[in-house]
Design a binder for this molecule. Structure first.
Ligand code: AMP
Ligand code: ZN
Length: 122
């Protein structure tokens, strides 16, 4: 493992959840992705889908990450479907940097459902 990855694993909250160092309510894990309950849910369903690999946010994505992002979005749809939200609808959100309110700098897809959401968002 590279030094860079070690630094991320020790300092990044979601790297620590991925490694099992910090407990979360995990609802899915595979080779590439982990999904868990948001600790401060904003809807009856509020899950976060993260890649195991540390990527800070959308600005750091490269073409090599296309499969990861595609799989994150499809996993969100699968998790929403399992929870009965496919037909009624749900919201997926990727916050990037300060104006969007990003607080954890390890890319994560919010998957929210079980209530109606406003548009435009606040
Ligand atoms: P964002 O504001 O898009 O960066 O979202 C970060 C999300 O991480 C927020 O919705 C937080 O509630 C959530 N969060 C922070 N700490 C934890 C944790 N230990 N376990 C699960 N979710 C967390
Ligand atoms: Zn990380």
């Amino acid at each position: 493992m590279t030094a860079t990855l070690n630094i991320h694993m020790s300092s990044c909250l979601f790297c620590r959840i991925v490694s099992g160092e910090i407990t979360a309510t995990i609802v899915h894990q595979d080779e590439q992705l982990v999904a868990f309950q948001d600790i401060n849910p904003q809807a009856p369903m509020h899950l976060l889908v993260v890649p195991r690999r540390h990527i800070a946010n959308l600005n750091d994505l490269t073409e090599e990450d296309d499969a990861i992002v595609g799989n994150m979005v499809r996993l969100a749809a699968d998790l929403a479907k399992l929870r009965g939200h496919s037909e009624g609808g749900y919201r997926t959100v990727l916050n990037c940097n300060a104006n969007a309110g990003q607080t954890v700098f390890h890319i994560h897809l919010h998957v929210l459902g079980g209530r109606r959401f406003l548009w435009p968002p606040g």
